[in-house]
Design a protein around this ligand. Structure first.
Ligand code: BGC
Length: 390
């Protein structure tokens, strides 16, 4: 039996600027250069199957997948795979390389990026902050600066002013909780400040930044749909009481300040997994169902804005997509208003402090030649996108 998705369902994939564009100058690019050697030595005795993990160069984003110059080719691939939507991020450090100075050339660049999607009938979902900061802002304390919400909303306002004629679907912040936990609780990511008070300040500033940016975008376009990207892990069995953390940031930003609810899901914890991603994440595609059921109460459209796995040999990706989408369909049948699915990721990319070896792409990148090669599972996903059914 064919399982049809609702009419107008959005099908696509996600990327983020720093992970694919290449040649960004921001807080991460500075940190990568200072930490590449250390990150490579951390991986010395692990990941034997990925020798790249021991090479310091693996940890420097450099030219990445050169998506900055090749976005048209990449969107052409996505379009030929039947995607009718695409999520990407604007790199704040390009737009505002110095405090209060906006770079018109970069503003024009992203207009070309958005127009290229529109020409291919792909709806753009534009993320304004996917974790990186301009260097001037890093130097002023980044997320901890009390002015952070004002800096961010000024930038958001400018982006809405520039692109409101082309974009109606926005994500202000991507997964704030991932940064809070990795930078300020675990101390692994820049600025590596392990301190619970700082974690609280960053959370408060990010929530306020979203609220101000939400207002700024809505002032320009009342009909725009604006949300925040939320990562959620399904905690099973004895861990189930931890599920409460999944919706903490959603509450902090206020559901009334989110026109849609985003869900970004990768794995569950507290169950016995049979399959693992190359990074060792336990694969449990069905875990998305209970998470979606919990989001029903907000009575808002829901978009799955990230979901995927590291699978260089493409062994599990097809199965993972199929099982995830079956679970999404079950939730839809239970009345959950899911309106779109964006796979992570369109192309292989730079996986933050893990660098280039983890392969998340529907499309493989040969980092020597920059050749793009769709993986076999992308055919399977493409059929779903084109037919709107499983
Ligand atoms: C992030 C991406 C990241 C992906 C896989 C999400 O948390 O938004 O930037 O690459 O997960 O780890």
């Amino acid at each position: 039996m064919n399982l049809y998705f609702p009419k107008g369902f959005l099908w696509g994939a996600s990327t983020s600027a720093h992970q694919v564009e290449g040649n960004n100058q921001n807080d991460w690019s500075v940190w990568e250069k200072a930490n590449a050697q250390r990150l490579a030595s951390l991986n010395k005795n692990r990941k034997i199957e990925f020798p790249q993990a021991r090479d310091p160069q693996n940890y420097i984003s450099g030219r990445a997948a050169d998506h900055y110059n090749r976005f048209r080719d990449d969107f052409q691939i996505a379009s030929s795979m039947g995607h009718n939507a695409h999520r990407f991020s604007i790199e704040w450090s390009r737009i505002e390389p110095q405090e209060g100075v906006f770079d018109q050339r970069e503003i024009d660049h992203y207009r070309k990026v958005i127009s290229s999607l529109k020409e291919k009938n792909m709806k753009p979902l534009v993320t304004l902050w996917h974790w990186t900061l301009p260097i001037w802002l890093k130097d002023k304390g980044g997320l901890l600066n009390p002015e952070f919400p004002n800096y961010f909303s000024r930038y958001a306002q400018r982006m809405a002013d520039e692109y409101h004629d082309l974009v109606s679907f926005w994500m202000t912040l991507n997964e704030p909780t991932s940064v809070i936990s990795n930078a300020y609780i675990k101390g692994l990511w820049p600025p590596q400040k392990r301190n619970p008070i700082k974690a609280l300040i960053a959370s408060k500033n990010l929530a306020q930044a979203h609220k101000s940016a939400y207002k700024a975008i809505k002032r320009r376009d009342l009909n725009a749909s604006v949300g925040v990207g939320h990562i959620m892990t399904m905690f099973c069995g004895v861990l189930s009481s931890l599920n409460i953390f999944n919706r903490m940031f959603l509450s902090l930003c206020g559901p009334e300040n989110q026109d849609y609810i985003s869900l970004q899901y990768y794995f569950s914890k507290g169950f016995r997994a049979q399959k693992f991603s190359d990074m060792g994440w336990p694969l449990h595609p069905e875990g998305i169902y209970p998470l979606l059921m919990k989001l029903k109460k907000y009575k808002k459209p829901i978009y799955i804005t990230e979901n995927g796995l590291v699978d260089a040999d493409d062994l599990h990706r097809r199965w993972y997509i199929e099982e995830t989408l079956k679970s999404v369909m079950s939730a839809i049948k239970e009345g959950v208003d899911v309106r779109g699915y964006f796979h992570w990721s369109l192309i292989d990319n730079f996986e933050w402090d893990k660098g280039f070896w983890p392969r998340f792409g529907l499309v493989e990148i040969d980092y020597k030649t920059l050749e793009r090669k769709p993986r076999p599972s992308s055919d399977y996903y493409s059929k779903i996108c084109k037919n709107n059914h499983l």
